[in-house]
Design a protein around this ligand. Structure first.
Ligand code: TXE
Length: 507
């Protein structure tokens, strides 16, 4: 299946596609077979400075930020149309770069089409100026709340959902009149490059968007400390997130971070067994577990546990791994050799902690699956005998690894305690045939999204984000728009009068 990949130059700075002054490039790999897909330009601090300067100039001197929301929202609507028009190519690029199946890439594009459409409507509400009356506001005063863009926004995205994570930030940022600097993951930059070409095709002003393809270490410090940057929105790992919060604190930038999770899926014995097996397998093994909200911790009621776990193991063994472009593949490889090495070290950790690996725990056997031998594949893995003190239960592996913990029949308190016993708090599931019980448990979970009798769905209209170390702020929904908006209070006195505070001789 041929597709033309974005070609160099890949840096968009001040409205022009350029290469790095250093001439440096970086290869990007196809995780399905470890071949080099193409090379992209590698920006350095000088290019980051140039992108910031251009974005600042554009934001301060153009009429982009003062236009009506309706004008900008029309561009968002156009972008939604273009996402559908370019879907076949964009989906293939996403699959080649991330390894996810083509079906998953297409779902991501449909989802972000809805995100653009949603914010094209939602941002229109900001044209409404809220009038404050009564209280301590005198009749002679017109007091209003108006909304303005934050300014220059740096958007840093990860490799597991490159288009999706970028659009969750991009749509609200552009709808509200900000100037954005995009820094995609160096592991999967291709769909973001393609998407930036689409933004220009849609008619966004060239300087409203700057693109830096680069490693985090080379441009990150500049992007997060420069005084001309007003906001940093980051999705990625906890360690990098902490670094970004610290870096942005010095200049008191607005900073929102989404840092993943270690998400519980609580299953009660009153579920239909076959249904519950399907739910658990889907929750954890989609995209080979490289999902921030994946249901990686099964917390199961004792009386159903053995049967459920046996069923999950059986199903996990049947998952068809393969190249994402092959329509028969149900899940793809891990994103990189480095990430697979990390997953393998987690397996060693689990063993050393005394947990029992029931299935998987290795790469596919190259004799049995020669077609998978070159890629970064790792078998769906179920680990039993876990308890809350184990690091395999506490750390985010971001791979196809399910840990199993049990609670005594009817012991809802323990189920909730186990589910909440994580430093993260992004998402979780409650599966039960008893609706009242499910609702009761769902309300006690300290997680940003809780699915009841299903797992994994989201919608552009509902906020997404985490409690605890899963991050701060929210994406999607109306709060996802607020992240990119400054609120200004205008207090206008219609009948100016002496204030009588200082009583100098002349008054
Ligand atoms: O992500 P990083 P990594 C988790 C997952 C994974 C771990 C590490 O557990 O194993 O994070 O993944 C940019 N200043 N998630 O190392 O480093 C980087 O270039 C500015 C969860 O690949 O967090 C990339 O664009 N930027 C997650 C982005 O940060 C910097 C999704 C994310 O990279 C930077 C992915 C710096 N100093 C991984 N250093 C989720 N929440 O969904 C790096 N970057």
């Amino acid at each position: 299946m041929s597709v033309s990949l974005p070609s160099r130059p890949t840096l968009l700075i001040d409205g022009k596609w350029i290469s790095a002054a250093s001439g440096d490039t970086r290869p990007t790999y196809n995780p399905a077979d470890a071949t080099v897909l193409t090379n992209v330009d590698e920006a350095g601090p000088a290019e980051a400075e140039a992108a910031i300067a251009s974005a600042r100039r554009f934001f301060d001197t153009s009429d982009w930020r003062t236009q009506s929301h309706a004008t900008r929202c029309a561009l968002l609507e156009r972008m939604a149309e273009l996402l559908q028009k370019h879907k076949p190519t964009l989906a293939k690029i996403e699959t080649l770069d991330t390894g996810k199946t083509l079906g998953e890439s297409e779902i991501d594009i449909d989802d972000v089409t809805n995100v653009f459409k949603f914010y094209a409507k939602e941002a229109l509400k900001l044209d409404h100026e809220k009038r404050i009356t009564g209280g301590s506001v005198p009749d002679s005063v017109v007091s209003r709340i108006i909304h303005e863009p934050v300014g220059v926004c740096v958007l840093i995205t990860p490799w597991n959902y490159p288009i999706l994570q970028l659009c969750w930030k991009l749509a609200p940022a552009l709808a509200t009149g900000n100037a954005v600097i995009i820094k995609p993951s160096e592991v999967t930059p291709l769909s973001s490059i393609y998407l930036v070409h689409m933004l220009l095709e849609a008619g966004f002003p060239p300087q409203s968007v700057q693109l830096l393809t680069a490693g985090g270490a080379s441009v990150g410090p500049t992007l997060t400390t420069n005084t001309d940057v007003d906001l940093v929105s980051f999705t990625g790992g906890l360690a990098t997130g902490r670094r970004i919060i610290q870096a942005t604190a010095e200049t008191v930038k607005r900073c929102t971070v989404e840092l993943g999770g270690k998400n519980p899926n609580v299953v009660f014995a009153d579920c239909d067994l076959e249904w519950a097996i399907d739910n658990v397998v889907t929750a954890v093994f989609v995209h080979s577990g490289q999902v921030c909200s994946s249901g990686a911790r099964l917390i199961v009621e004792q009386s159903i546990a053995d049967k459920l776990v046996a069923g999950v193991v059986e199903r996990a063994k049947q998952i068809r791994m393969g190249n994402g472009l092959d329509p028969t593949s149900e899940t793809g490889p891990l994103v990189s050799a480095e990430h697979r090495a990390k997953i393998e070290s987690f397996i060693e950790l689990a063993r050393s902690e005394g947990a029992k690996i029931l299935c998987g725990g290795t790469r596919p056997d190259p004799k049995e699956f020669p077609e998978l031998a070159q890629g970064y594949y790792f078998l769906p893995t179920v680990i039993d005998g876990c308890n809350r003190d184990m690091r395999i239960v506490q750390e985010e592996t971001f791979g196809p690894i399910l840990t199993v913990e049990r609670f005594k029949d009817g012991d809802e308190e323990t189920a909730v305690r186990l589910a909440n016993d994580t430093k993260y708090g992004l998402a979780g599931g409650v599966q039960s045939g008893n609706k009242e019980r499910a609702e009761r448990i769902a309300r006690q979970l300290r997680h940003g999204t809780v699915w009841v009798n299903t797992y994994g769905a989201y919608t552009a209209e509902a906020e997404w984000g985490g409690y605890g170390m899963s991050g701060n702020g929210r994406e999607l929904g109306s709060k996802g728009l607020d992240e990119y908006v400054e609120t200004k209070h205008l207090w206008v006195e219609d009948k100016p009068a002496l204030m009588h505070w200082f009583k100098g001789a002349r008054m």
